[in-house]
Design a protein around this ligand. Structure first.
Ligand code: FDA
Length: 306
């Protein structure tokens, strides 16, 4: 259970100096450049793990920045082909300009898809993006783009209705709890309610025949998911587990050894801050990391050299 100190630190994290955040969040991000991502993906592939590569860039406010992200994705697709990596792409629509101009974002997404031979997953961001993200996904699918998937968040009260509304598309869905802080009116607040909705959503998606990426590190949910997959008679090619780079690596290895498909989310890029902050905020041992980083710098020789 998160203790008081951890909770206080989570609230104060935005005030922690960026270099400290960078050091302790290193494990969650492959590095600043594409070769960093390729190196990490190669290692994961060698260990039998699939990957999805994310070009970090959600803080975007200018069109030219979105166009640069589109180009960066084209470079990733080219690297995946050239280096024969077993990887998908994960894309945030705000990075492609969703908040600037919906149509501009559609064109950018089409451009990403045009360059990609691999499957492309549209990440789900905060609730101000949900409607536009789902409409854009539907639009792409109706235009015949089938190698594209969506994310649904178990914390949102609307999610079961969204699954019903998407039924005609038999969507490929990544199901996660949802990381964004949302108001009580639209989102479950208690961890048990979120878990319960996750299980209900997974059950419904499996019933509708969707391929599901079960994205969680929560042991209780992993076990419940395994039970549901068995009850629905799913073979190991008809679903996958997904985890974030740097989180529960040993458990991921166990799932692979047990014959499950397991995909690791590999983010890279210069715009690492917002993503890293979210990862640190959900790390239950955050206080310990910050303390050991600080002690490591104050006491020479402690905690390794940097
Ligand atoms: P929970 O947070 O309860 O974690 C369970 C356990 O995992 C913890 O007790 C701890 O042991 C470990 N753990 C979790 N996070 C950790 C961390 N950062 N550092 C160290 N240990 C940690 N969200 C979203 O809103 N939109 C999206 O598109 C995505 N995409 C996405 C892709 C993938 C592959 C994953 C795994 C997750 C996402 N998420 C996401 C994030 C998701 O919504 C959720 O916030 C996190 O997965 C944390 O929730 P868990 O289900 O892991 O449970």
């Amino acid at each position: 259970m998160t203790n008081l100190l951890d909770r206080a630190i989570v609230r104060l994290l935005p005030a922690v100096p960026r270099p400290v955040v960078r050091r302790i969040a290193n494990r969650y991000v492959a590095g600043p450049r594409l070769p960093d991502a390729c190196r990490v993906v190669r290692q994961l592939n060698t260990a039998g793990k699939l990957t999805t590569i994310d070009v970090l860039g959600e803080e975007i406010t200018r069109r030219e920045d979105s166009l640069a992200i589109v180009e960066a994705y084209a470079d990733v697709s080219e690297a995946i082909r050239r280096e024969r990596l077993d990887s998908n792409l994960s894309v945030k629509l705000t990075a492609l300009g969703l908040k600037l101009d919906y149509q501009f974002c559609v064109e950018n997404m089409e451009s990403v898809l045009e360059h990609a031979d691999e499957f492309v997953r549209i990440d789900m961001e905060d609730s101000t993006c949900t409607d536009d993200t789902l409409s854009l996904y539907r639009e792409l699918r109706l235009r015949g783009q089938d190698s594209v998937g969506i994310v649904l968040q178990a914390c949102l009260r609307r999610t079961l209705e969204d699954i019903e509304a998407l039924r005609d598309l038999t969507p490929n869905v990544r199901l996660c709890k949802g990381i964004y802080v949302e108001p009580r009116e639209i989102a479950f607040q208690g961890p048990d309610e979120v878990r319960e909705n996750f299980v209900a959503a997974l059950d419904l998606l499996l019933e509708h025949g969707s391929y599901v990426g079960i994205a969680t590190h929560d042991e209780w949910l992993i076990e419940e998911s395994l039970r549901l997959l068995e009850r629905h008679g799913r073979s190991s090619r008809e679903y996958e587990f997904q985890m974030l780079l740097g989180v529960r690596t040993a458990r991921a290895t166990e799932l692979v050894a047990a014959g499950h498909r397991l995909r690791v989310y590999v983010p890279f890029g210069e715009r690492w801050y917002a993503y890293s902050l979210r990862r640190l905020q959900e790390n239950p041992k955050i206080a310990g990391y910050i303390a050991s980083d600080t002690i490591g710098r104050l006491v020479p020789g402690h905690n390794g050299r940097r």
